[in-house]
Design a protein around this ligand. Sequence first.
Ligand code: DGY
Length: 326
Amino acid sequence: MKKNVVLFSKIPADQQERLAQAFNLTLFQGDPKTDISEFIQILANADGMIGSNIPTRIDDSFLQQTPKLKAAATISVGFDNYDLLALKKHGVRLMNTPKVLTESTADLIFTLLMATARRTVELSNLIHNGGWNKSITPEYFGTDIYGKTIGILGMGRIGQAIAKRAHCGFDMNIIYYNRSANTHVEQAYHAKRLELDDVLKQADFVVIILPLTDQTKRLITKQKLALMKSSAILINGARGAIIDEQALYEALKNKTIKAAGLDVFEVEPLAKDSPLLKLDNVLLSPHVGSATTETRYAMAKCAVDNIISALKPEQPTENWVNPEVG
Ligand code: DGY
């Protein structure tokens, strides 16, 4: 008998068709943010769920209401909305899409770094607003990238892809903060692993690409921001909650750091009255690290493969976040 699977995101038609062939597929069209009880009701009879940006935490109380659930496939590399202890307790396999988005996310982070350093959006807006009447004067000058020091917080796949760009394209000096040493980046790109405070003190560009966990939540506090050079630029392509956003606003406003490029925020979408909107020295991007046509397709396909393998009795061979579930 076919298993019941709920799809709660829009995915390409051919991938949805694969799900419909493999399972009794139910689409959740509502916005889970507003329709949580409806979402739970639909999941009450589901063996599996697949989708992205699940806005509610999948924790013990959620899983108590979805007793048949055996597998969840998130269309993302991040899985911070899933409580791993609760998934273990309820025997739910969790799958993610880690490999397919590495390069496009590293590209977006480098885009933010370059555009923030060279003030691309600000200068484009100047022209749009009819302000280019003479040669650009020093108050609009940018910051060099080539040969500078980049501090990468998090040296997983994406951190490594950023290091490759920094070394091969921009001859940057690479320092990084990570739980464990990454010998590949140390040998191939001469990267040096340091304590967090030393990375913050020495880097011209600080790039955050850590997973959001209990250990990394609010890792970048007011005190940590105060360690950064006043000429430094901060890029966050990971999760907004890793930075104390109010402290970041103050650091940018008081110019204790030069600028920031942010693809992620504590609350998404960013509130219409966020103080960050008032600042010129922050480049804002709507969480689009993996948002290219090719990569989003690859992520959807990977997640469909994942839910198909996770709902088999055998153990999945890749992209399995919580093998402890068995
Ligand atoms: C990811 O894959 O985790 C991206 O940040 C999208 O949520």
